[in-house]
Design a protein around this ligand. Structure first.
Ligand code: P6P
Length: 328
């Protein structure tokens, strides 16, 4: 039996990572350390998100926070915290993030991994206390260790990811990740400052009756999308759209459902970013029996050509995505 299947709920994230590493014969522990570094950043961001109501996070840099520091927007704070945690952890040689145009070098040129980040997705929801999330995607570098990472390290394609996951700052804070051997969830216990294993080996329902889409873009949807939406309405499916991809994705993983962000007049190639939104969630989807496509091919098979390229995204229960694909 896969040892992680027999772990009692209540194991901490650190303990789980350690045990998973021992299951990986010959694993040298760098990926384990990297995942722990992300867990640390998640705890710090969680604290900042939870006090969003206490300090003015709508302000730019002209306002001051409670420590009298120049106020930064929370998504910039999340970006800084994640970069700092990965830099200090030593395992990551370079990072790309939604907040910065180019490669961020950590100075750890011996580091074996590169990370693509959406530090805080859905940050327009911060000011109104709605769930937001961090998304991460991890690759083993292909450039020689000891050198500066380069573009190719980040453009290996979705199936080259060695791990991916997200943190959802919602009614509770939950860290979800996979190294390709199952999707596991860790719920944060504030009073102990620890993530505890709460859901093991998540398997998404094969079907569902929830669809997530911004209906405000209806007039710009093309025929297959409008046809699919009419099927959803004929079947009286529930419409649930949080405005935070991580929140909609996470709910669909447990209740069944499909999230759709089609091409629109404003975003002709779709709005979502391939490297740090679509790829990592598609990695988790495929590792939990769900499916993620752009309407024509699997997300993980889309060729990566630039750091911030966008893609349409249809992700969720396998049979719902399959039906949508058949309309294309
Ligand atoms: P719209 C947030 O900006 C985001 O990237 C996703 O988290 C969310 O699902 C989507 O965009 C919301 O976009 O255009 O519907 O407001």
């Amino acid at each position: 039996i896969d040892e992680t299947l027999t772990l009692p709920v209540g194991v901490t994230l650190d303990r789980f990572i350690k045990r998973q590493q021992s299951a990986f014969k010959g694993a040298s522990g760098e990926l384990s350390q990297l995942l722990r570094d992300i867990g640390l950043a998640a705890k710090i961001i969680n604290r900042e998100v939870n006090r969003a109501g206490l300090i003015d996070l709508t302000g730019g840099t002209d306002s001051e926070n409670i420590q009298g520091e120049a106020q930064q927007k929370l998504d910039v704070i999340a970006n800084v915290r994640l970069i700092r945690a990965l830099k200090n952890g030593g395992e990551v040689c370079a990072i790309i993030t939604e907040e910065d145009e180019g490669i961020i070098y950590t100075g750890n040129n011996e580091g074996k991994y590169v990370v693509a980040l959406d530090p805080l997705d859905g940050s327009s929801n911060i000011d109104v206390n709605v769930s937001i999330g961090t998304i991460f995607s991890i690759y083993h570098r292909i450039s020689p260790e000891g050198t500066l990472a380069n573009e190719a390290d980040f453009l290996q394609g979705g199936r080259s990811q060695v791990a991916a996951g997200y943190i959802l700052y919602g009614s509770s804070t939950i860290l979800v990740y996979s190294t390709g051997k199952g999707v596991n969830c860790f719920t944060y216990e504030n009073s102990l400052g620890e993530f505890f294993l709460s859901h093991t080996n998540v398997i998404a329902p094969k079907n569902g009756n929830i669809f997530s889409i911004n209906y405000g873009n209806y007039t710009s949807f093309f025929a297959p999308i409008k046809k699919y939406l009419s099927l959803c309405l004929d079947r009286s499916y529930s419409s649930r759209y949080i405005g935070s991809l991580v929140g909609d994705f996470h709910r669909n993983q447990f209740k069944g459902g499909i999230y759709l962000y089609p091409p629109t007049n404003e975003h002709l190639k779709g709005k979502l970013r391939l490297l740090y939104e679509c790829y990592p969630l598609a990695f988790l989807a495929e590792d939990s029996g769900a499916r993620a496509t752009d309407g024509y091919q699997e997300i993980l098979d889309i060729e990566a050509t630039s750091f911030h390229q966008r893609s349409p995204l249809y992700v969720g229960s396998e049979l719902m995505v399959k039906e949508l694909m058949e309309l294309h």
